[in-house]
Design a protein around this ligand. Structure first.
Ligand code: ARG
Length: 463
């Protein structure tokens, strides 16, 4: 006989293979705290509208607390034949109290799982946002610790113009700041209470959806309950899931770009930074090796987060309304994206905190005066030359420098003036990095005052 909660119309139970295919408890058991929270709110609502007695409500609450305590203590026996977290908890509750059999009144697993997941998202968004804030704080510390270190900024991975290392790090901070905004948006979309939608078409019973929403904290800024507006959409919709995975994938992409920058910086070819032993590993063969594994793994994990997003998009594509069992497959990618994102944020925070700058290597890298060729063009513009001509004129000097193997700022005055008569006797002064940086104090530029200002502003933003 079929023992499942839905077994009434069946004469035999599901095949062992069907159970193996259909069970989700192996990955949705982690929803237990949210499931219990949702059930307690639902029971309180059933009581408030008179569908169950106060005694029954109290028994359900006590029973659910006890079940959750067992789960937390690792004493709960999960049964795959009960399919999922919802049925496992409901059956355990009903073994404790007969009132458990009334809990599923005016509820379906379809609106139940939608509720559990929304509660999960609200929690997860908060945790990721906190992880981002910690990472940003570590990046700001790093920038602050190295206020005078200048490195080349790169385009096409070719040395372009000198910047304070803090300015480069603040570029990463901007990316993670936008990521934080994205999670705030996901949180807002998750903030609607699905309960009361039932399997697809609500319920004939006189339930109070606003009561449940309020109980679970699905409220707007003014404390007004937010109840989902369409029962069919509520059980079919997975776009909040997709948005969450998108936000994680975006973090993954950002993390991978930061990781790549740091891997380059830590290489012997750059040598800008030294990574802490704690976040590197050795080679089983080559005794001298110190490999940036934490950064490489972060770079690799970005692929997983993108894969998870693709899984969700593909799962939903062409799926008819409303709930289809396919949707059970939404959880592994969501949970994996969450776990990996949180882990990677913490790992990068740790890696950054242990990273030390090598100022001598940075100084060598910005030693090439050609990094200031653009500043020389600006200098000619200030002397009245149209920028296109100035660009061309400096290009001529670069050519001479290359042909005569003389650094551009060591071309003799006469030779330089012969090529570019507009040069003043002070043109050599341009080749002073601190001059170039001091002239870049407009908003968003890499001047030292500007960098300091941005650090202060970000500190305030994440506090
Ligand atoms: N474990 C299921 C899921 O995650 C719960 C919903 C089941 N609904 C159903 N109609 N079989 O999707």
């Amino acid at each position: 006989k079929n023992q499942a909660t839905w077994g009434g119309r069946f004469s035999e139970g599901p095949a062992e293979l069907m159970q193996r295919l259909g069970e989700s408890v192996s990955f949705d058991a982690r929803l237990a705290p949210y499931d219990v929270q949702g059930s307690k709110a639902h029971a309180a609502m059933l009581c408030s509208v008179g569908l169950i007695s106060k005694k029954e409500k109290n028994e359900i609450h006590k029973g659910l607390d006890a079940v959750l305590a067992d789960i937390t203590a690792g004493k709960f026996k999960w049964k795959t034949e009960l399919e999922d977290v919802h049925m496992n908890i409901e059956q355990a509750l009903t073994r404790r109290t007969a009132a458990g059999a009334k809990l599923h009144t005016a509820r379906s697993r379809n609106d139940q799982v939608a509720t559990d997941m929304r509660l999960f998202f609200k929690d997860a968004c908060g945790q990721i946002s906190a992880g981002l804030a910690k990472l940003i704080a570590a990046l700001l510390d790093f920038a602050e610790k190295n206020p005078t270190v200048v490195i080349p900024g790169y385009t096409h991975l070719q040395r372009a113009q000198p910047v304070l290392i803090g300015h480069h790090v603040l570029a990463w901070v901007e990316m993670f700041g936008r990521d934080r905004d994205r999670f705030a948006a996901v949180l807002d979309h998750a903030n609607w209470c699905p309960l009361g939608s039932g399997a697809i078409a609500g319920s004939t019973l006189p339930i109070d959806r606003e009561f449940t929403a309020r109980e679970l904290g699905f409220v707007d800024a003014k404390g007004k309950p937010r109840v989902s507006r369409n029962s069919m959409d509520t059980v079919a919709d997975r776009d909040t899931f997709i948005e969450f995975a998108t936000a994680c994938a975006m973090i993954g992409t950002h993390l991978s770009r930061v990781a790549e920058d740091m891997i380059l910086w830590a290489s012997a070819e750059f040598g800008f930074v030294r990574l802490a032993d704690a976040f590197t590993t050795g080679s089983s063969l080559m005794p001298q090796k110190k490999n940036p594994d934490s950064l490489e793994l972060i770079r690799g994990k970005a692929a997983r987060m993108q894969g998870n997003l693709t899984t969700l998009l593909t799962m939903c594509k062409g799926l008819p309304l409303t709930y289809n069992r396919d949707l059970q497959e939404d959880k592994p990618p969501v949970f994996d994206s969450f776990d990996q994102t949180l882990l990677c944020l913490d790992v990068l925070t740790g890696t950054i905190s242990g990273t030390v700058v090598n100022p001598a290597a940075c100084e060598r890298a910005v030693g090439d005066p050609l990094l200031l060729a653009t500043d020389l063009a600006d200098y000619l513009v200030e002397r009245g030359m149209p920028f296109r001509d100035a660009h061309h004129a400096v290009g001529k000097l670069v050519g001479i420098s290359e042909k005569t193997k003389t650094p551009i700022n060591e071309i003799p005055m006469a030779k330089a003036k012969a090529a570019v008569p507009e040069l003043g006797s002070d043109w050599y002064d341009v080749f002073d990095i601190s001059r170039g940086l001091k002239l870049r104090e407009n908003l968003g530029m890499p001047g030292p005052k500007q960098v300091k200002k941005q650090i202060t502003a970000w500190r305030r933003k994440i506090s």
